[in-house]
Ligand binder design. Structure first.
Ligand SMILES: Nc1ncnc2c1ncn2[C@@H]1O[C@H](COP(=O)(O)OP(=O)(O)OP(=O)(O)O)[C@@H](O)[C@H]1O
Ligand SMILES: [Mg+2]
Length: 291
């Protein structure tokens, strides 16, 4: 059998098993994962990237909201994204999570998972969690019940009713309650929590699913200074165990948590570096910080 035929055969088998082989993908493939097979449930980060966007474009009625956007994120990294209103920050998250389809470009999760081939719900299952700006917890349920519920999604009504946490899940829930600073509020109704506490609870609900990558859009908007400081602490503890992409306008918050900061403007990367580096960049000052 020729190498070509062998490869075609391997591809057919992999496709049948729901496994993606690198190369020959709908978006053109990438050299990154050559020779490796994606194991379902695992993200191949051997090339040092958990998220990879290249030349992504999206237009809305002819307006280029995302324009040749390229960036990548390392496993365990906490990446901050800043930029003026309308820069395309939220739209970028919409693309990563499958809410918006780009017109062109490449979006990979690890070296082998082509996100453009997956639907929104599948992307969440693959391990990408997203936090929208407004807290969306179940107000009539307790903190504990909200976290418990986060494990039940997509189990169906009958299986949900029969669902009981196993001991590993109980341990995980206890650890997450501690992490999100809600140990004293386990039995409180979520509706009675402060705005900041609701935000932490929602982050806790995402953590229950053990996401590999967390996207957080303006997480400290509307928080008190004390809540903001606690959120910074929280993100620093999550870093390393998870990869985080944090969009924020609050520069003192960014200063506390940031390593690499990416500045978006007009749908593409304007500058990237430490906060000090981007803050002293003339182009950044002109479009954003100097306002
Ligand atoms: N579904 C849509 N239809 C039409 N235009 C859209 C849509 N989504 C976003 N846009 C436009 O794309 C541009 C980028 O918007 P986006 O919300 O991504 O910006 P942003 O960087 O998140 O801004 P902000 O800091 O204000 O949240 C804006 O001009 C917005 O009006
Ligand atoms: Mg936005």
């Amino acid at each position: 059998m020729t190498p070509d035929l062998m490869e075609q055969g391997a591809r057919r088998v992999a496709k049948h098993n729901g496994i993606e082989l690198p190369g020959n993908t709908e978006s053109g493939g990438r050299e990154g994962g050559a020779g490796r097979i994606a194991i379902p449930g695992e993200v191949d980060v051997t090339h040092g990237r958990i998220l990879y966007l290249e030349d992504v474009c999206v237009s809305f009625d002819g307006f280029k909201a995302i324009n040749k956007l390229s960036l990548d994120i390392a496993p365990g990294e906490l990446r901050c994204i800043i930029g003026p209103n309308g820069a395309g920050k939220t739209t970028m998250m919409d693309i990563i999570t499958g809410k918006t389809r780009p017109d062109s470009g490449t979006v990979f999760f690890g070296s082998t998972i082509d996100l453009l081939r997956h639907k929104e719900a599948e992307i969440a299952q693959l391990g990408i969690g997203r936090k929208f700006q407004k807290p969306t917890v179940f107000e009539q349920l307790t903190v504990f019940e909200n976290l418990e519920l986060a494990l039940k999604t997509d189990k169906g009504v009958k299986r949900s009713m029969l669902f009981r946490l196993d001991s590993a899940q109980s341990d995980r829930l206890a650890e997450i309650i501690e992490t999100i600073h809600l140990s004293d509020s386990v039995s409180r109704m979520a509706g009675n929590l402060s705005h900041g506490q609701k935000q932490w609870l929602e982050i806790g609900m995402l953590l229950m699913q053990d996401p590999k990558l967390l996207l957080l859009d303006e997480p400290v908007a509307g928080m008190t200074d004390e809540e903001t400081a606690r959120t910074a602490e929280l993100f620093l503890t999550l870093k390393g165990k998870h990869s985080l992409m944090v969009v924020e306008h609050d520069m003192s918050f960014i200063r506390t948590i940031s390593e690499i900061v990416t500045v978006l403007c007009d749908g593409s990367v304007l500058a990237q570096g430490t906060l000090d580096e981007v803050q002293s960049d003339e182009r950044v000052i002109e479009v954003y910080l100097g306002r």
